[in-house]
Design a protein around this ligand. Sequence first.
Ligand code: 9MR
Length: 456
Amino acid sequence: MKLTSKSVALIPIIATVATAVVGATLISPPVANAATTLSAAAQQSGRYFGTAVAANKLGDSTYVGILNREFDMVTAENEMKMDATEPNQNQFSYGNADRIVNHARNQGKRVRGHALAWHSQQPGWMQNMSGTALRNAMLNHVTQVATYYRGKIYAWDVVNEAFADGSSGGRRDSNLQRTGNDWIEAAFRAARAADPGAKLCYNDYNTDDWSHAKTQAVYRMVQDFKSRGVPIDCVGLQSHFNPQSPVPSNYQTTLQNFANLGVDVQITELDIEGSGSSQAQNYQRVTQACLAVARCTGITVWGIRDTDSWRASGTPLLFDGSGNKKAAYNSTLDALNAGGGPGPTTTTTTTTTTTSNGPGPGGCTATVSLNQWNEGFVATIKVTAGSSALSGWTVTTTLSNATVTGSWSANRSGNSGTVNWTNVDYNAAVPAGGSTEFGFQGSGNGSGLNPSCAAR
Ligand code: 9MR
């Protein structure tokens, strides 16, 4: 079949660039019409500002009032964990998780999923498993939960806290780790297959200081995953800080170095013990660090009021127990309003190409969304069926000045020049008018990919 291609749209999205404010002094809003809520302020640079939410507080009007007003991203604090969602093997329970997801979505907020696979908060039946039975049970859990929430989750913490503390630079021992070192990548592949639209994150704590062995170990894993095409889109830094574990001076360096691997970074569970102006300054520093890194896409605090916190005695959050804004709230809001760098997406290119007989019976279209940075890019290609269902597809791309370094959800021929991509088993069938996605990362310049699609 002869293929013709036509580029129909080139849409550069230029992110807001605002003045960077550095230094330890608290800052004031630079403009008279500064945003007055955390989410509105974050949205000015294309970012989100989220919070952990507990289902049993959704009847508390003060809590819900602040939630609805201030935040545009929601993480279930405990309700999506393995013990909550699969209390008995293969019997899934989504009641409390759904209450949170539905509340968020009804309010126009997005959801971070937390967490699909973790050594902690496993249901009793899983704690006693090992070997192949445990590996399969874990993969089934990832598949079932990610499938249930398919299309509703912005990003999943696919694997949580899998690295050891201290200087070993290795994995944490756990029943999951003892199923084989590849358990993490197996979980990511299962999550991608179940919900190709969700960003897939690795999430951990004590990974904030660039010089720490644990940070380095996570970095090497992400680097390895990207080089081998294991599907990973983001790294979550929990960022639980206190005097024993303060905001490190190289925090922004850590965020930037992860981002340079071609993943988004997200601050996923921020809380900082303390009070008054020192706490406010720490929140300001963390916020400024995120804003200074283009691929830091958002910040989530781990609760709303100090009394909602898992460590309430440390008063680590932005609202006091009565729901009043603290100094830390004001410094965070001011930092968001001051901006500090380009937003998370610098360039998105959309190119549409069709088969010669158009997207009619037997035809399909392919569009590419490109995230390009200095030395490399991630391309996400969407395959959409025409008025007939597809039972298989081939997408042809041109990589004139680029080399593929990894890919997911498609088979490929070669890694530069003309590269053909064909469906894998689970995304071969596309209903009429429906779509599926695959992606790849590459070094060099990913512009001009010019994808064309054909049914096979
Ligand atoms: O805040 C959560 C608390 O209510 C639970 O009792 C606890 C159980 O492990 O988990 C807390 O959340 C943790 C998160 O899921 C993962 N990172 C550390 C968080 C604080 O412990």
